[in-house]
Design a protein around this ligand. Structure first.
Ligand SMILES: [Zn+2]
Length: 209
C-alpha cells in the first residue's frame, strides 16, 4: 500500500500502484516516439474529471529512491495548509491526511509528526494517538461515506510495500460492496468518483473537535 497526502512528492503513494504497474521495471514500450490520435476515434465517454498523468513517477518507482528526511512528504505536510496538504485532522503526536494516490475515495493515512520508520520505534504516546485517530477515521468515514468495510494496516519496510518506508504511516482504506470493478484488473486504473479536495473537506468537517 502507499502513501502521501497532499505532499507533492513522487514518493508519495505508490505501494500498491507500484505493484499494479511494472514490477519488472519495464515500460511496456512507452519509451519510444509516441503517435497521437484523436480521442474522438477511441471508445469511451468524456466526463467532468481531468486526468493527472504522472510518468515522472516511473523514475521513482523504478529507482526505488526514498526521500531524505528533508524531502519527506510526511514531515513536510504539517508545515503546509490543511487544504494544500490534504490534512483532515491534526492531533498532538500524530495527524491524518488523505493519500494523494488513493486506492479508494477517502483513503486516509495516520502519521506521527516525528520522522520514525518502524512501528516499534514509535513512542507509546504516538502509538496511542495513531490507534485513536484510526478509530475516529473509521467512524468519520462511516458517517461521511457510508463505508461497508475497511482495510487497515502498515507496510513496514520497502520490501513489504511501503512507498515512503522512512516515515511510519497507517493506511485506512474504506471499502464498499460495489467498489471493485474491472478497471484495476485490466487497465491498472482505479475509478475514483470524488475529487480529493471535496473528500478532504467532507472528512475534515465531520471530524469530531
Ligand atoms: Zn518524515
Amino acid at each position: 500500500m502507499s502513501d502521501v497526502g497532499g505532499a507533492p512528492s513522487d514518493g508519495a503513494g505508490s505501494d500498491g500502484a507500484r505493484s499494479d504497474v511494472h514490477a519488472s521495471g519495464e515500460t511496456d514500450g512507452f519509451t519510444g516516439p509516441v503517435s497521437v490520435e484523436s480521442s474522438l476515434n477511441l471508445p469511451g465517454v468524456p466526463d467532468a474529471f481531468q486526468r493527472l498523468w504522472t510518468p515522472h513517477r516511473m523514475v521513482y518507482i523504478q529507482s526505488g529512491a526514498q526521500p531524505s528526511d528533508e524531502d519527506c512528504p510526511f514531515c513536510r505536510a504539517p508545515e503546509m495548509s490543511d487544504e494544500d496538504a490534504l490534512i483532515v485532522h491534526r492531533g498532538t503526536h500524530a495527524y491524518v491526511l488523505l493519500n494523494l494516490f488513493p486506492y479508494n475515495s477517502g483513503h486516509l493515512l495516520v502519521c506521527p509528526y516525528r520522522h520514525v520508520a518502524l512501528y516499534d520505534d514509535a513512542t507509546a504516546e504516538e502509538i496511542d494517538e495513531i490507534a485513536r485517530l484510526t478509530q475516529t477515521a473509521m467512524r468519520v468515514l462511516r458517517e461521511t461515506a457510508k463505508t461497508d468495510g475497511f482495510n487497515i494496516g502498515m507496510n513496514q519496510g520497502r520490501i513489504a510495500g511501503a512507498g515512503i518506508a522512512s516515515h511510519l504511516h497507517q493506511h485506512v482504506v474504506p471499502r464498499w460492496a460495489t467498489d471493485a470493478n474491472f478497471f484495476p484488473i485490466i487497465a491498472g486504473t482505479k475509478a475514483l468518483p470524488q475529487l480529493l479536495g471535496d473528500v478532504r473537506a467532507a472528512v475534515a468537517a465531520a471530524w469530531p473537535a
